[in-house]
Design a protein around this ligand. Structure first.
Ligand SMILES: Nc1ncnc2c1ncn2[C@@H]1O[C@H](COP(=O)(O)OP(=O)(O)O)[C@@H](O)[C@H]1O
Ligand SMILES: [Mg+2]
Length: 301
C-alpha cells in the first residue's frame, strides 16, 4: 500500500506518528530528524495521498494500520473462564443503548452481574466498531486523577512530549470508531466524570460503556439499571439456570425434582440481597424493599 502510493520508508514512519497525533516537533524528536525535515515529509505526504489536511492524514494512517493488522480491529476483552448464562432481554436492551448513545452506564449493586453483562454486550458489538473494543478495569486505581493513565495503559499509549496523559489518550482516540468499556467506576467517579466529558468531546466516534454501583452523574449519561437475574418460572429462570450449572460444575448435579427447590433458594437469596444492599438510583428510602421480580426502577419514589 505504501509502495503503491510512492511513499518512502521515512515518510511512512512520519505518517504513522502523525496517526498518533504527534506534533511535528514530537515526530522529529522520535525519529531524530529536524522539524524542518518533518514539515517537508508532511507536505510530501499531503500531496502524494491527496489529503486536504493533517487530520485527513491521521485518518489515512489509522486506516492503513488497521489494514496492516489484517483488517482486524483491536479487541482487548478479557475472556471469562465460566460460561455466560441467560440475560437475553438485558443483552438486547444494553446493546441497543450502546448503539444509540455515546456514554452508557450499567448500574447495579456489587455481584449483580454488571461486568459479565458488559463483557457479553461488548463482545457482541465488537464487529460494529471498526477500530475495536478496549476494556479497562478500574479496580486497581485508587487515585481518581489516574483514570486517564489506566486507559492509556490499556490502549498502549505511553507518555508523550508536551501532553498530559489525558490529552495523549484523547489524541490517540480522536479518530477511532471504537468502544471503550470502563469497568468498576464507582470508587473513582470524581475522576471518571471529568475525564469522560473531555474524552467524548474530543473523540466524536468513540462510545463508552461504564459499569458502576452508582451512576456517574455526567449530563450525557444514559443509565441502564441492571436487574438481578430473572427469577420467573420454577427452575427455568436465568437465576436457577446459573445455580444448576454451577452446582453441576462442582460435582453436584441436581435431579429435575430438585429444580424447584433451587429456584426457591435463588428467590430467597435475591430478596434478602435486595433488601439489604441497594436501592434504585435516586431512591432516598432506606427501607426500600423489592420483590425479586420487581423492576429496579419501580420503587415509586
Ligand atoms: N449471566 C451470567 N452468567 C454466568 N455467570 C454470571 C452471570 N452474571 C454474573 N455471573 C457471575 O456472578 C459473579 C458476579 O458477576 P459480576 O459480573 O462480576 O458482577 P458485578 O460486576 O456486578 O460485581 C461472577 O462470578 C460472574 O461470573
Ligand atoms: Mg464488576
Amino acid at each position: 500500500m505504501v509502495a503503491q502510493a510512492g511513499i518512502s520508508v521515512r515518510e511512512a514512519e512520519v505518517l504513522s506518528l502523525v496517526g498518533e497525533h504527534l506534533s511535528n516537533a514530537e515526530v522529529g524528536a522520535r525519529l531524530y530528524i529536524s522539524v524542518r525535515t518533518v514539515e517537508t515529509h508532511v507536505s510530501s505526504l499531503l500531496r502524494k495521498l491527496g489529503a486536504p489536511d493533517r487530520r485527513a492524514l491521521a485518518q489515512v494512517a489509522t486506516e492503513w494500520s488497521r489494514v496492516a493488522r489484517g483488517g482486524k480491529a483491536a479487541s482487548a476483552l478479557p475472556s471469562p473462564v465460566t460460561s455466560f448464562v441467560g440475560r437475553a432481554q438485558e443483552r438486547g436492551a444494553l446493546a441497543e443503548a450502546v448503539t444509540a448513545h455515546r456514554q452508557v452506564s450499567a448500574v447495579g449493586p456489587g455481584g449483580v452481574g454488571k461486568t459479565r453483562l458488559a463483557l457479553a454486550v461488548a463482545a457482541a458489538a465488537a464487529g460494529d466498531f471498526a477500530d475495536g473494543v478496549w476494556f479497562v478495569d478500574l479496580v486497581p486505581i485508587t487515585d481518581p486523577a489516574m483514570v486517564g493513565a489506566a486507559v492509556a495503559a490499556a490502549i498502549g499509549i505511553g507518555e508523550q512530549q508536551n501532553r498530559t496523559m489525558d490529552e495523549s489518550v484523547i489524541a490517540a482516540l480522536a479518530d477511532r470508531h471504537a468502544l471503550l468499556v470502563l469497568d468498576n467506576c464507582e470508587h473513582v467517579r470524581d475522576g471518571v466524570a471529568p475525564f469522560l466529558e473531555r474524552l467524548l468531546a474530543g473523540c466524536p466516534r468513540l462510545t463508552v460503556l461504564a459499569t458502576s454501583r452508582a451512576r456517574l452523574m455526567v449530563p450525557f449519561e444514559r443509565v441502564y439499571p441492571i436487574p438481578p437475574l430473572s427469577l420467573t418460572g420454577d427452575g427455568d429462570s436465568d437465576a436457577a439456570a446459573l445455580f444448576l450449572e454451577r452446582a453441576a460444575a462442582v460435582g453436584w448435579p441436581l435431579a429435575p425434582e430438585q429444580h424447584q427447590q433451587a429456584a426457591e433458594i435463588c428467590r430467597g437469596w435475591t430478596a434478602w440481597r435486595w433488601r439489604s444492599s441497594w436501592r434504585p438510583p435516586g431512591c432516598p428510602r432506606s427501607d426500600w424493599t423489592a420483590s425479586p421480580t420487581s423492576s429496579p426502577t419501580s420503587c415509586g419514589c
